[in-house]
Ligand binder design. Sequence first.
Ligand SMILES: O=P(O)(O)O[C@@H]1[C@@H](OP(=O)(O)O)[C@H](OP(=O)(O)O)[C@H](O)[C@H](OP(=O)(O)O)[C@H]1OP(=O)(O)O
Ligand SMILES: Nc1ncnc2c1ncn2[C@@H]1O[C@H](COP(=O)(O)OP(=O)(O)OP(=O)(O)O)[C@@H](O)[C@H]1O
Length: 292
Amino acid sequence: MSNGLVSNYNDDDAIIVNRGNANILIKYGDRCENLDRCCVRFKSLRQNNIYTLRNLRYIRNCVSPLLGDYLIACTNLGRNVRNLENILGEFKVDIDSKVVEVLEMENLTFGMDSIVTVDHFTKVHRQKSSIDGEAIVWEFKPKWMIRKGENCRNCVLNRFKGRNIPFCYNMVLEHPEMLRKWLAAFSMPPQFFPDMETYLRDSDNVLARVYKTQCNLADSLPSLGELAGENDVSGSLALLMALRDVTCFVRWDPASGIRAKIVDVDMKPKSKWKQWKDQQDVLDVSDIRVCH
Ligand SMILES: O=P(O)(O)O[C@@H]1[C@@H](OP(=O)(O)O)[C@H](OP(=O)(O)O)[C@H](O)[C@H](OP(=O)(O)O)[C@H]1OP(=O)(O)O
Ligand SMILES: Nc1ncnc2c1ncn2[C@@H]1O[C@H](COP(=O)(O)OP(=O)(O)OP(=O)(O)O)[C@@H](O)[C@H]1O
């Protein structure tokens, strides 16, 4: 799928700037407008490459039609393995291919000069040095949409996982002014909040889009507690689970306004069905209730 090897970078240039459970984000030297997303999920580079290419097809065919321009654009490139072997070595990936298939994408925190972790789901990146006034990138994981009156899966799970987070993104979408309370301790620029409140009241803001897309899919699907095997995980259910685990980036910039993108829409393996079912069973028998 890549258009040939791209090898115009030096090995020393490649630097890891971020990582998740399965992927690393790499920049090259001082060029940080774009990042390479490289899969390190498997021990074999060849296997990681196969996964990356399958995942890209999945994102283009299944996810992109639902999220449109909100989905971050990515281009497949085949990097010469010599440029990345030190980094792959750190992740104990066996070098069994000459090429590393990566997804090149825009660096959504480009130009930011500091970062605050608000809690497990929320980070604030800041650019104090901007001549037009401070710019902000608000990064968050919306997690599961719940309907009004339902027990909030996000809040209940937070209690189970020992996270003391008094807010969730269902609350923020319903009452955008909650964001002020959530971020109260972080000395945000005063204009950030009224602008975000206006943005979040717009019916097609990024958070509304994620939740609306989840809602449309969830309508016709069984509960996770009813799963009895991989065959019960339909394509739509796997897609719904992917959308329940995405990350959003909202850039607020006095010079250019508000712009939002969604990342991490990876294909969820059907083999996770047992984990999903077990978690759902635990929630179903618990007497913790959090309704907004
Ligand atoms: O089930 P959840 O809600 O605990 O979600 C898992 C996430 O937990 P968190 O949102 O942090 O509470 C979890 O995030 P963390 O590793 O806890 O940061 C993963 O995103 C996991 O997906 P995967 O196994 O990496 O594909 C996520 O698993 P999936 O359920 O999305 O497959
Ligand atoms: N385009 C981007 N620009 C800036 N930062 C990014 C970008 N894409 C991802 N990140 C950051 O890198 C982190 C890890 O990336 P990503 O979520 O793609 O990895 P992952 O292995 O799929 O994560 P997870 O453990 O959630 O499955 C993200 O949580 C986010 O903070």
